[in-house]
Ligand binder design. Structure first.
Ligand code: PRP
Ligand code: URA
Length: 208
């Protein structure tokens, strides 16, 4: 799939194994997800355009680099919150928006309950964050909203993705690049990713 990048870094694979393991307790799950997010941020931003800036070291004038476009992080609540800390660690000047969506358990359709995004999305690189891309309903609804608010450059970042979700995004929004740490086998009858890691929100917040 040409719009999909799989982050294959060995440290990410190590962390994903801990996150998938059902014996991992909530506190470790949160800490490892945060660390993985910082590693993902590094990969997702690897090709960012830079502009040259003039600075002075204590010894002489020299040229340095600055990231050209502002970066806006937008987690999809709740589970997307688990990725924000790691991204902010390596992109400390990012602004952060929030999109509140949950899947209806019967229909698997996304239900929206909250939207708040920074202004000037149109000139920013928007990184939409959600650990789980299952049917793709939530991601497509979030991208629809961001585009309605003026976003033009959007990257969708997940930890684990199912083929159905990748297909749905690439059909609905072919100009959105997707990043994930694993493309899993498929979905079960309840729309859960297989092998996946279970319900990411519940595992983060202990709400099962
Ligand atoms: C999960 C996940 C995604 C969505 C993925 O959220 O964090 O947002 O499901 O499923 P989809 O691709 O089929 O739309 P959930 O609805 O469980 O809400 P929560 O994060 O508040 O628990
Ligand atoms: N949401 C989750 O949290 N996990 C899945 O496997 C699918 C949707």
């Amino acid at each position: 799939m040409k719009n999909l990048t799989i982050i294959n870094h060995p440290l990410v694979k190590r962390d994903l194994t801990v996150l998938r393991n059902k014996q991992t307790p909530n506190n470790i799950f949160r800490a490892v997800l945060r660390r993985t997010a910082a590693l993902m941020a590094y990969e997702v931003t690897r090709d960012l355009p830079l502009k040259s800036v003039q600075i002075s070291t204590p010894l002489e004038a020299t040229k340095g680099s600055k990231v050209e476009k502002p970066i806006v992080l937008v987690p999809i609540l709740r589970a997307g919150l688990g990725l924000v800390g790691g991204f902010v660690e390596v992109i400390p000047d990012a602004n952060v928006g929030h999109i509140g969506l949950f899947r209806d358990e019967q229909s698997l359709r996304p239900v929206d309950y909250y939207f708040k995004v920074p202004k000037h999305l149109g000139t920013s690189l928007v990184l939409l964050l959600d650990p789980m891309l299952a049917t793709g309903g939530s991601a497509v609804a979030a991208i629809d909203y961001l585009k309605q608010k003026g976003a033009r450059m959007i990257r969708f970042v997940s930890l684990v993705a199912a083929p159905a979700g990748v297909k749905k995004i690439s059909q609905a929004h072919p100009n959105v690049r997707m990043y994930t740490c694993a493309l899993d086998r498929g979905l079960n009858e309840h729309g859960y990713i297989l092998p996946g890691l279970g319900d990411a929100g519940d595992r983060m917040f202990g709400t099962e």
